[in-house]
Design a protein around this ligand. Structure first.
Ligand code: TYM
Length: 367
């Protein structure tokens, strides 16, 4: 049993089943090649970390026919940024560079206020500022990137959000999100806020501009609704490209901010990283002797997943790690030690860029 909604991801996800449940399409080789031709190779595409889509082919066609397109992604500021969040953002940066396109980056502070019982609006404000530094640190082009904070940019979003809301019934959001009569009414309205940036440039420029939304597959339900609404309001349907989840350090489920010890944050110190990785579940055997004899099980191992998703981008080197693990040559202790070093050297650089980002925030908000 597993569950994937925008607010809950639980259990061991069967991605094949999810593809059927959500009705999304796999990125086939032909489409992958077309994207590579425009934006260059990307390990997340090659490894099928970004694995499914809706209308990605139409974005490619628009681009090839020199029609304007734009990118749209986001963050719900309910805590610090973790490594899982960075995956769709890195991919968005790759697409921005390749397609040379504008990007809208929405921060749904309203969402987190409405959906998190124990978070105050002040806390959310603090996380909004923190999260923005992580986003800017990734190197998005300030001339082409606009960060939209829902409660701050409400003037731009609200006229569009009410047009969208008027086309969505309570029975639709009940069916898609499982809401009931006890659900607060802010939650019921919220999907129209997340849909708004998908049409914002079309609305502002008064022409049809298709957007592409890179995101974790948990966000897809919002955009299924947005795509239905698009037809009714005569906007192009937003296209999507989805990624799988960087797993929790305990193996099952996604890396999630609600399990602090099983999650690596961008603000973690080297000691915290070490403690968390040393405590991680692995695909290793009960004893070193048994592991030498039978080999480890990388397909079950979150430590291996970290190399796969993030910390070993060279396919040959990744295969060597897998082989060494399976043959019993590589033991979990040394594999973890190597990963700790890689995470810490990434975070050291990222944290420096985060500091520098403090001077750039204005550029991203004033577009
Ligand atoms: P949020 O803040 O939960 O997550 C931000 C983005 O990170 C993805 N994500 C992950 N990806 C890989 N591995 C993980 N372990 C992992 N955990 C989270 C999410 O799918 C998301 O893409 N409501 C949204 C904010 C939002 C948004 C958007 C996201 C507003 N507009 C448009 C994507 C596209 C949210 O709370 O995301």
């Amino acid at each position: 049993m597993f569950k994937v909604t925008p607010w809950e991801v639980e259990g061991k996800i069967d991605y094949e089943k999810l593809i059927k449940q959500f009705g999304v399409r796999k990125i086939d080789e032909k489409l992958e090649k077309k994207i590579e031709k425009i934006a260059g190779k990307n390990y997340m595409l090659e490894r099928k970390i970004f694995f499914t889509h809706r209308d990605l082919d139409k974005i490619v066609n628009d681009y090839e026919n020199r029609k304007e397109i734009y990118l749209y992604t986001g963050r719900g500021p309910s805590g610090g940024t973790h490594l899982g969040h960075l995956l769709p953002w890195f991919f968005t940066k790759y697409l921005q560079d390749g397609f040379k396109s504008k990007l809208l980056f929405q921060i749904t502070d309203d969402e987190k206020f409405l959906f998190k019982e124990n978070l105050s609006f002040e806390d959310i404000g603090k996380y909004t500022k923190e999260n923005m530094l992580d986003i800017i640190a990734l190197g998005f082009d300030p001339k082409k990137t606009r960060i939209i904070i829902d409660t701050k940019n409400i003037k731009e979003l609200y006229p569009l959000a009410i047009k969208i809301a008027k086309k969505i019934t309570f029975s639709t959001v009940k069916a898609v999100f499982g809401f009931n009569n006890e659900t607060n009414i802010g939650r019921i309205f919220f999907t129209s806020m997340q849909a708004a940036p998908a049409f914002l440039l079309s609305e502002e420029k008064n022409k049809k501009i298709r957007c592409l939304i890179p995101c974790g597959i948990d966000q897809d339900p919002h955009f299924r609704i947005a795509r239905d609404v698009a037809e009714k309001l005569d906007y192009p349907k937003p296209a999507l490209v989805h990624c799988k989840f960087l797993p929790s350090l305990q193996g099952e489920g996604k890396m999630s901010a609600s399990q602090k010890d099983n999650t690596i944050y961008t603000s973690d110190s080297p000691e915290e990283v070490k403690r968390k990785i040393m405590n991680a579940f692995t695909g290793g055997r009960a004893t070193i002797k048994e592991q030498r004899e039978k080999g480890g099980e990388p397909e079950k191992c979150p430590v291996f997943a970290y190399y796969y998703f993030f910390f070993e981008k060279d396919n040959k080197k990744l295969e060597a790690i897998r082989r060494e693990c399976k043959s019993g040559k590589r033991i979990c202790g040394e594999c973890k030690a190597e990963l700790i070093e890689r995470i810490n050297s990434f975070l050291k650089e990222h944290q420096k860029k985060r500091e520098k980002a403090k001077d750039k925030v204005k550029e991203f908000l004033e577009q």
